[in-house]
Ligand binder design. Structure first.
Ligand SMILES: Cc1ncc(COP(=O)(O)OP(=O)(O)O)c(N)n1
Ligand SMILES: Cc1nc(C(=O)O)sc1CCOP(=O)(O)O
Ligand SMILES: [Mg+2]
Length: 211
């Protein structure tokens, strides 16, 4: 398992259409992304399997981890991690089926009580958001950066921040205690794989400031 600190790149089926999924994720990994989440809201089981399998191999080659969004069965079949939201099923059941070594994350919106429950159910990280205006999920409930400070103080599992994160605002969340910065649009809206790599490097560098 890679360390749960750094850039957490989440795929988007629109931004990564037309053959961009694998080259853009490869570029994110070359740029230092430590976690990749496969987030695809379609019901095309065969394509989802093929894409997730290809991403799993890519992550293994880069020493990174793949997380599947929403779909416990797919995560079990591939033997990779899982992210669940509040409406996506039980974290405890996911932990039981995936085993102790798996990365299992949970959405906690802006509520420490949800994080408390996620940790009790065996979450490997707790995700809060959205912190800024999000292109991908504009209607997600809003969270404030102060929440990260409190979450880091209260919990021992890594804290993940998501929602509208860009190269311009990510540092403020890391300073507040975010160990993982989850990004879709500011990473994968790039016009080329080279630009994705450059952006991923810049996000990753925020975790290793030159002193
Ligand atoms: C790292 C991370 N945090 C939060 C979410 C959101 O999960 P959820 O609330 O289930 O919403 P969808 O992503 O399923 O639309 C996430 N995916 N990843
Ligand atoms: C999938 C998701 N969940 C959120 C939450 O707040 O739980 S915000 C979000 C979208 C993140 O994409 P972008 O980096 O483009 O804003
Ligand atoms: Mg979900």
């Amino acid at each position: 398992m890679s360390s749960l600190r750094g850039l957490y790149a989440i795929t988007d089926s629109l931004l990564l259409a037309e053959g961009r999924l694998i080259p853009y994720v490869d570029a994110a990994l070359k740029g230092g992304a430590r976690l990749i989440q496969y987030r695809d809201k379609s019901h095309d089981g065969a394509r989802r399997w093929d894409e997730a399998q290809a991403l799993s191999e890519l992550c293994t080659r880069h020493g990174a981890d793949l997380i599947i969004n929403d779909d416990l069965d797919l995560a079990v079949r591939l033997g990779v991690g899982l992210h669940l939201g509040q409406e996506d099923g039980s974290l405890a059941e996911a932990r039981k089926q995936l085993g102790q070594a798996a990365i299992v994350g949970g959405t906690c919106h802006a509520q420490l009580a949800l994080a408390e429950r996620a940790v009790q159910e065996g979450a490997s990280y707790i995700a809060f958001g959205r912190f800024f205006n999000s292109n991908t999920k504009p209607d997600a409930p809003a969270a404030t950066p102060e929440l990260l400070t409190e979450a880091q103080r209260r919990f021992t599992v890594p804290v993940c921040a998501i929602g509208g994160i860009t190269l311009g605002n990510a540092a403020s969340l890391i300073e507040r205690g975010a160990s993982l910065i989850a990004v879709i649009h500011a990473l994968f809206s790039a016009p080329s794989a080279e630009e994705v790599e450059r952006r991923a490097q810049a996000f990753s560098a925020l975790f290793n400031p030159i002193l």
